[in-house]
Design a protein around this ligand. Structure first.
Ligand code: NAD
Ligand code: DAU
Length: 351
């Protein structure tokens, strides 16, 4: 059995990754360490509660003693580090927790991993750091896509904290020889995404016939990556990647926010039997996000050549499947729309 530590495994991507690995790696025992912030939901894994290949640990990645105990008792073969504060708008409203979790938390995990590797010199180990294309900053409409050597130029407190964490991870490779791989991916979408992010927020606002808040003119462009493709890429990076290397992971689908929102409107109208075009009327242009990056786009060449990753899902099909998932899982939706969620929506959109 391989023992694998997944941090932040009760959040959006971590949940999908655990389900993916549980299905595809029958000889892996997954240890999910999650602090269960507003974005973490242990019920995402309720079907694994009694599974001998899944262990949930409620704890914080900043807790050095806990990390030491976990590494000593479980002798991890690898770490997939997802745990983070992940929402750009929240980082503008309250940046400090981003520094603690994304930078200090990553540092603590690197320290625990290094101590473990030093105690177990014969045992293979790999640390996969899950990061973002936002570290590279903003592209103009005609600029070439980000490569792994694009200089870092983060814009938001969130992306600054992720950029710092990426630098720490690389430093632990260069200085201490910790076997790390860094992945920088584009905007994920799919099941279990917390409804503060663009796609689920729009789907749920349409269902509730609420305004669809589009920042600025809706012309900002993102490269949309279906979460199942991302999970595949992460496994490839773990198994085929070279230590010390970065791999950019994209979906190969560049779309403006307005295009995405209009497509969601059409799909939800079709699913719910509403008159075609009726949900578009809910689109409301609101004040732009400060420091809003214009465009992200990933050059996928290195990941294709070195780890054989290529995005496999079409945007239209995967977006439809995502919308279906939300429609079929309204209990999950209502369970995450708690008081804390409603407070965020109120303070961010209604004041
Ligand atoms: P998320 O916000 O949905 O989930 C984050 C998870 O981390 C939650 O379960 C939360 O409880 C947990 N967590 C937060 N602070 C913690 C702490 N101190 N200790 C332990 N657990 C803690 O995030 P996500 O969208 O699933 O993103 C996962 C990772 O992928 C993040 O590192 C993010 O920067 C990166 N990423 C996300 C995207 C995207 O589009 N969502 C794209 C690129 C990179
Ligand atoms: O690029 C990868 C990043 O993608 C990840 O690192 C982040 O963790 C993840 O949150 C995401 O960041 P974005 O800021 O791009 O995602 P978000 O869903 O917040 O916004 C997507 C786009 O939609 C962005 O241009 C802002 C816009 N937007 C977002 C919201 C929430 C709106 O127009 N209205 C909204 O209400």
């Amino acid at each position: 059995m391989k023992h694998v530590l997944v941090t932040g495994g009760s959040g959006f991507i971590g949940t999908n990754f655990i389900h993916y690995v549980h299905k595809n790696k029958p000889d892996w025992h997954i240890f999910n360490l999650d602090a269960l912030t507003y974005a973490g939901n242990p019920a995402n894994h309720s079907h694994l509660e009694d599974d001998p290949r899944y262990t949930f640990i409620h704890g914080n990645i900043c807790d050095a003693d806990l990390l030491t105990r976990l590494f000593d008792s479980h002798g991890f073969d690898g770490v997939f580090h997802f745990a983070a504060e992940s929402h750009v708008d929240r980082s503008i409203a309250g940046p400090e927790v981003f520094l603690h979790t994304n930078v200090t938390g990553t540092f603590r995990l690197l320290e625990a991993s290094l101590a473990h590797v030093r105690k177990n010199t014969e045992k293979p180990f790999r640390f996969v750091h899950v990061s973002t294309d936002e570290v590279y900053g903003s592209l103009g409409v005609d600029d070439p896509a980000f490569t792994e050597t694009t200089p870092f130029d983060p814009s938001s407190p969130y992306s600054a904290s992720k950029a710092a964490s990426d630098h720490f991870v690389k430093a632990w490779y260069k200085t201490f020889g910790l076997p790390v791989v860094v992945t920088n991916c584009s905007n994920n979408y799919g099941p279990f995404q917390f409804p503060e992010k663009l796609i689920p927020l729009m789907v749920l606002n349409i269902l509730d016939k609420k305004p669809l808040p589009v920042y600025g003119k809706g012309q900002n462009i993102r490269d949309w990556l279906y979460v199942a493709d991302h999970c595949d890429a992460l496994l490839r990076a773990f198994e085929k990647g070279e230590s010390g290397q970065t791999y950019n992971i994209g979906g190969g689908v560049e779309k403006s926010n307005l295009e995405v929102v209009k497509t969601i409107c059409e799909l939800v109208d079709a699913r719910t039997g509403r008159p075609d075009g009726s949900s578009r009327e809910l689109i409301t242009f609101v004040a732009d996000r400060p420091g809003h990056d214009i465009r992200y786009a990933i050059n996928p060449d290195k990941s294709f050549e070195k780890i054989g990753y290529r995005a496999g899902h079409s945007f239209e099909q995967a977006l439809s499947a995502t919308i279906d998932w939300y429609l079929e899982n309204m209990d999950w939706v209502r369970s995450v729309q708690t008081g804390a969620y409603r407070e965020w929506i109120k303070s961010h959109y209604e004041t």
